[in-house]
Design a protein around this ligand. Structure first.
Ligand code: HEC
Ligand code: HEC
Length: 316
């Protein structure tokens, strides 16, 4: 167990989260790259795992070789895709390989797995694209393919993304979210939301607890900046150590704390108005204009979302 995971587990237990996964009715794959036979495939998969787990150390903004600085922040892919992308309902990579190419509304086109990874590079990692066909992209794809071993092509696993969280009938309340944050999150992510580094600023050791906002966080075009995505992830997975079957936060607290986090400053991505060019397919919680409807921007940011969804359904 990595040290940061050990610390997190101790704090999480104090906050009431069970660190031990409960048994699920249907099996969840447990691929182990270490068990691959020695050779080029194994070393490529392991490099992909390292890129995923210690992104900041290989392609982070502070690595020695400037040409390798692809990521704009010191997060790792694992900051959001928990347990190296293997945790059920923590946006896992299990089975994802066989789901691409896939239609993606953000660009309104069919995109490859490589292009989907670039989406997280440019937004979640606030960085730039990794060259297609280069060593790093090959390794990430090989790792995700390995994690998808045995899952039928085209079949989404039960455990993809995060579990659906029932929508609130009211707008989310960032002021109440601030209280939820102080009680349940600040112990790890710190009162100022800037997280806790493994080393000193300027090194390549990443975070014990990642920042949730501020200059070293994901940008405002990232999926985690959408309230439904963020609240669903948080409800199922935070405080760290939470099992999706036994959430620690109430649904209302998860919505409010997500709204609080997403009301804080973070890096800005230009040209967000060009996302979702087919406005009819723009998610109701995309927190930036323009929209096909006349609901106020604030309602797309904080909800309630049901009236928007119902209005959309009525026009189709
Ligand atoms: C700040 C959080 C965050 C970080 C860091 C992050 N991602 Fe993601 N990623 C997301 C979210 C949220 C989604 C799902 C978005 C949605 O709702 O469609 C996602 C989706 C994906 C998907 C598609 C999954 C699916 O089920 O279709 C892939 C592949 C992916 N990310 C790869 C990566 C890689 C590789 C990295 C590191 C280079 C990374 N991500 C870093 C938040 C993050
Ligand atoms: C016990 C420590 C701990 C607590 C408490 C905790 N987290 Fe986390 N959180 C983590 C760790 C560790 C990660 C990154 C996981 C990794 O890198 O393996 C994380 C990742 C995240 C992420 C995705 C990564 C990012 O940088 O945005 C979000 C969002 C998040 N936490 C929100 C919350 C919220 C909201 C709360 C309170 C309800 C909370 N966390 C409580 C330890 C904690």
């Amino acid at each position: 167990m990595k040290l940061r995971v050990l610390f997190a587990t101790i704090i999480a237990a104090a906050l009431g989260a069970s660190a031990h996964a409960q048994t699920d009715s249907d099996a969840w794959p447990n691929p182990e790259p270490q068990k691959l036979p020695a050779g080029a495939l194994k070393s490529t998969v392991l490099y992909g795992q390292k890129l995923f787990d210690e992104t900041y150390a290989v392609i982070g903004p502070q690595v020695a070789d400037p040409s390798m600085r692809y990521s704009g922040n010191n997060l790792s892919c694992e900051s959001c895709h928990l347990q190296n992308g293997t945790q059920r309902f923590a946006i896992p990579m299990i089975g994802v390989y066989g789901l691409f190419p896939q239609y993606i509304a953000r660009e309104n086109e069919v995109r490859t797995l490589e292009e989907r990874i670039e989406g997280c590079m440019e937004r979640s990692m606030n960085g730039r694209v990794i060259p297609a066909g280069g060593k790093e992209m090959k390794a990430l794809v090989a790792y995700i393919q390995f994690l998808s071993t045995g899952v039928p092509v085209g079949k989404p696993v039960q455990g993809r993304g995060s579990p659906n969280l029932p929508l609130l009938a009211r707008a989310a309340d960032p002021a109440h979210g601030a209280e939820v944050y102080r009680t349940n999150c600040a112990a790890c992510h710190q009162a100022d939301g800037q997280g806790k580094r493994n080393g000193a600023p300027g090194d390549t050791k990443g975070y014990q607890y990642p920042p949730l906002w501020g200059p070293d966080s994901f940008n405002d075009g990232a999926g985690m900046h959408r309230l439904i995505t963020s609240a669903s992830f948080i409800h199922a997975n935070m405080p760290f150590g939470t099992h999706y079957n036994a959430p620690v936060l109430s649904a209302e607290d998860a919505w409010d704390v997500a709204a609080y986090i997403n009301s804080q400053p973070r890096p800005h991505r230009d040209h967000l108005d060009q996302d979702y060019p087919d406005r009819a397919r723009k998610p109701v919680d995309a927190p930036f204009p323009p929209f096909a409807d006349n609901f106020p921007l604030q309602q797309h940011v904080l909800g309630p979302f049901r009236p928007i969804i119902d209005a959309q359904a009525a026009t189709h």
